[in-house]
Design a protein around this ligand. Structure first.
Ligand SMILES: Cc1cc2nc3c(=O)[nH]c(=O)nc-3n(C[C@H](O)[C@H](O)[C@H](O)COP(=O)(O)OP(=O)(O)OC[C@H]3O[C@@H](n4cnc5c(N)ncnc54)[C@H](O)[C@@H]3O)c2cc1C
Length: 380
């Protein structure tokens, strides 16, 4: 059988793309190397932050589309995926973080509340450096990650899609009809969409002669215990971020939601790893840095993490995604480099990649996401 489209990679981005294609009447197969569900990539875990508070206005615009698309999925599947608790972005003047967020939100008339360092202290018990301030994006909150990926895959199956898990794609034969091979078979389609997460770099350079600079890094998520019961519960405390430039620091955090009384906090960077050997080398530096962060700024949280979990980021140098066609074969579409902030945008990414596959017009300027932005030399 010749499929209209094959999507490789059943993380949130590939699953959202497969769902969008099936919804648009495309006979689509989704192929995944690991048995589903799995915790080896970037999309596992119970929660992700969602927000409109971005420093780049094009992401604010995309988030205006993402919200109703998540709601549509909730309605279609009868599943609750979103908890609105707000998102509090905090930063020092030197980082320009808060100014850039305010400018981007202003451009799209997104409401927010500006907060001084003193208000952050009195309203949230957060003790920031003297030149810090914040922005509360009330539309922000938490997406239930595992549940969302499952909802996308279940809805894809309901729409007539096919999923083949525990099959690694090991070869690609480009052409008007693209063929892919796994140990179990050869499959063909008119369009191929590759959403390979942290495996994109090695796969694209080996099989499709595409190289772009990105790093796969291990992120250690730490869960810290509140000192006073209920103080950081999701009905009282928002999701949050903090950025400063000297020393460079970027953190994300969520209120006690996954586990009672435990805040989830993680540093936005980590050591470079090979995704096939993620936990081979023990590394406690991210944990130590997060401990210092909590100790300095969250006096009402115990500074030693009681639980840790790991996950992988695929970082591009500018932290923008890659959403583009292959430079030579335009029926091969690439979605990669989601740089630690791609979950919330998955329904929009799925639509963009799906439209590229169906050769539909795209309603976004995709310039920030093009492969050739990294410079001509990097795309061979
Ligand atoms: C700790 C952590 C916290 C995060 N927090 C947030 C947040 O708060 N908000 C937010 O918006 N984003 C967040 N993100 C980022 C977001 O989760 C990712 O951007 C997103 O999950 C990327 O999804 P993906 O589909 O590209 O990758 P993945 O989920 O890794 O999916 C890629 C899939 O491709 C499969 N694959 C690879 N090669 C092959 C092959 N050859 N054959 C078959 N299958 C293959 C892999 O097995 C994998 O399942 C966070 C990420 C992490 C790690």
């Amino acid at each position: 059988m010749t499929y209209d489209a094959i999507v490789v990679g059943a993380g949130v981005e590939g699953s959202a793309t497969a769902y969008y294609l099936a919804k648009n009447g495309q006979k689509t197969m989704l192929v995944e190397q690991f048995p589903l569900p799995h915790s080896r990539g970037s999309s596992h875990g119970q929660s992700r932050i969602t927000r409109k508070a971005y420093t780049d206005d094009f992401y604010v615009k995309m988030m205006l589309e993402a919200y109703p698309r998540w709601t549509e999925l909730e309605t279609e599947t009868g599943t609750s995926l979103f908890t609105q608790c707000g998102m509090l972005a905090m930063g020092t003047d030197g980082s320009n973080y808060i100014k850039e967020i305010r400018d981007a939100l202003d451009k799209y008339h997104v409401p927010y509340e500006a907060l001084s360092k003193e208000q952050l202290k009195t309203e949230y018990s957060i003790n920031l450096p003297p030149d810090a301030s914040g922005v509360l994006d009330p539309s922000g909150g938490i997406l239930r990650a595992d549940r969302a990926v499952r909802a996308l895959q279940n809805q894809f199956l309901k729409l007539g899609g096919y999923i083949r898990d525990a099959e690694t794609v090991t070869e690609i034969e480009p052409g008007a009809i693209v063929r892919i091979r796994t140990k179990k078979g050869t499959y063909e389609a008119r369009k191929l969409v590759l959403c390979l997460g942290s495996w994109a770099g090695s796969f694209l350079s080996k099989h499709l002669d595409v190289r772009f600079p990105f790093k796969t890094v291990k992120i250690t998520v730490c869960y810290f215990q509140e000192k006073n019961e209920g103080q950081y519960s999701v009905d009282r405390f928002p999701t949050f971020s903090f950025k400063r430039s000297v020393p460079y620091d970027m953190y994300y955090g969520l209120p006690a939601y996954e586990y009672p009384g435990l805040l989830k906090i993680f540093l936005h960077y980590g050591p470079e790893i090979n995704p096939d050997y993620r936990d081979e080398k023990p590394d406690s530096s991210a944990q130590e840095t997060s401990k210092k962060f909590v100790k300095s700024f969250f006096p009402e949280v115990k500074p030693n993490p009681v639980v840790t979990e790991t996950c992988i980021y695929t970082m591009t140098p500018d932290e923008h995604f890659v959403l583009d066609r292959h430079p030579k074969w335009d029926n091969i579409i690439i979605g990669a480099g989601f740089s630690g902030h791609g979950f919330k945008l998955a329904p929009v990414v799925g639509r963009i990649l799906g439209d590229l596959a169906m050769t539909n017009e795209n309603s976004y300027d995709l310039t920030p996401f093009r492969l050739d932005r990294f410079n001509r030399r990097s795309v061979l």
